[in-house]
Design a protein. Structure first.
Length: 96
């Protein structure tokens, strides 16, 4: 399992702020914040846009089955999903 590489986590949070138009800085987004909270406001359309932006950033594709099985509840779950499925995320940072 790939850990929460700091660079991957930082970039995912930046993408979240951009795509979801959050009124937070990336550093304010903690792993334990619910994706469905009033702060993040994730819905199915936003999730699609977010995953497309992540796939473009990291140069990969997350299979629908992996998304469905991920049980995405909070920001940490999302970062873990991305770390496991994006080749560039897996190789960034040197050691994981």
């Amino acid at each position: 399992m790939i850990g929460h590489d700091d660079e991957v986590a930082r970039r995912v949070r930046e993408i979240m702020v951009e795509v979801l138009d959050l009124r937070l800085s990336p550093t304010e987004i903690r792993d334990d914040i619910s994706l469905y909270s009033p702060v993040i406001r994730l819905d199915s359309l936003n999730l699609l846009h977010l995953l497309m932006a992540v796939e473009e950033e990291f140069g990969g594709h997350i299979e629908d089955e992996d998304i469905m099985e991920a049980d995405l509840e909070n920001v940490g779950d999302l970062i873990t999903l991305i770390g496991r499925n994006m080749p560039a995320a897996a190789s960034s940072g040197g050691s994981a």
